[in-house]
Design a protein around this ligand. Structure first.
Ligand SMILES: C[S@@+](CC[C@H](N)C(=O)[O-])C[C@H]1O[C@@H](n2cnc3c(N)ncnc32)[C@H](O)[C@@H]1O
Length: 268
């Protein structure tokens, strides 16, 4: 499976720097859509139409990282599908369901920690499969997924837009290290890359999902009219950029290197 050369998985392991202990911000968003997800599944999932003889229900989390968020999200989806299954079983005879969950992320994600930190098997209601590979392309067979899920992932672009590191381009991002909306041409270049990537992402998922399957996508966006440079997330990263410049001034790195460094991240 292809791995992008620009692949930056979250910090692995279980120590204080691990994503396990530094993902409560994302967890708050995952919790925030729990009820909406439940309602969406109850309303839109039509198990009878999907296949009345269905016995294995498949779920995929694209860009799962190392938990615990992915386990919460997956369990919430399973609980909702079970409720829907129970409801539909009262009117039609449906086969009991087993669940299979595909955990996808870049190959250099810490899959060992992910699977080691899963809920104990006595509490686990699903079979787990690791799927290494970039979600900017197919990672699963055609028509193999009933519910696809992704959260806090698609702001990671497949690559830094080329021209933002090119001094001769109007889209040159100078010594900034991110798209902070201060240079219009830079914003445009990032937006073009995001649009391309998102379209590849959706096309791949459309092929992997069964007809009648559902896709749930949660991500961070900017409210209309709010420029990136007014957000705390931007200010933090611009401050890191300023620290890098200070390091260049004190000879620890060079301005040229900083000018070639940009984060492949865009918030639509
Ligand atoms: C901020 S974490 C989100 C993890 C989890 N979904 C959550 O909500 O807590 C972003 C994850 O997306 C993964 N990711 C980024 N680009 C990816 C790609 N092209 N293919 C697969 N995973 C990707 C990263 O490796 C990382 O684990």
């Amino acid at each position: 499976m292809p791995t992008s050369s620009q692949s930056y998985p979250m910090s692995g392991g279980e120590d204080q720097h691990s994503y396990i202990h530094n993902s409560s911000y994302q967890k708050a968003a995952v919790d925030g859509i729990e009820e909406k997800t439940r309602q969406y599944i109850l309303e839109k999932l039509d198990l009878l139409n999907l296949n009345p003889d269905l016995s294995t229900f498949t779920i995929a989390d694209f860009g799962c990282s190392i938990g615990p968020n992915t386990f919460h999200a997956v369990q919430n989806i399973i609980d909702a599908v079970k409720r829907k299954h129970l409801k539909e079983s009262q009117e039609n005879s449906l086969v009991p369901l087993e669940f299979q969950v595909y955990f996808n992320d870049q190959p250099n994600n810490d899959f060992n920690t992910l699977f080691r930190s899963q809920p104990p098997s006595s509490q686990q209601e699903y079979f787990s499969v690791g799927v290494p590979g970039s979600f900017y392309g197919r990672v699963l067979p055609r028509n193999s997924i009933h519910i696809g899920y992704t959260s806090y992932t698609t702001h990671w672009l497949s690559k830094v837009p080329e021209h933002v590191c090119d001094k001769k381009s109007p889209a040159w991002n100078k010594s900034y290290i991110q798209c902070n909306n201060l240079i219009e041409e830079v914003t445009k270049a990032y937006k073009v890359q995001f649009t391309k990537d998102m379209s590849v992402f959706l096309k791949a998922r459309a092929e992997e999902l069964v007809p009648g399957g559902l896709m749930i996508a949660l991500g961070q966006c900017l409210p209309d009219g709010v420029p990136m440079y007014e957000t705390w997330s931007c200010i933090v990263k611009d401050t890191i950029g300023d620290c890098l410049l200070d390091m260049a001034i004190s000879g620890l790195t060079t301005i040229e290197k900083i000018e070639l460094f940009n984060l492949p991240v865009y918030f639509p």
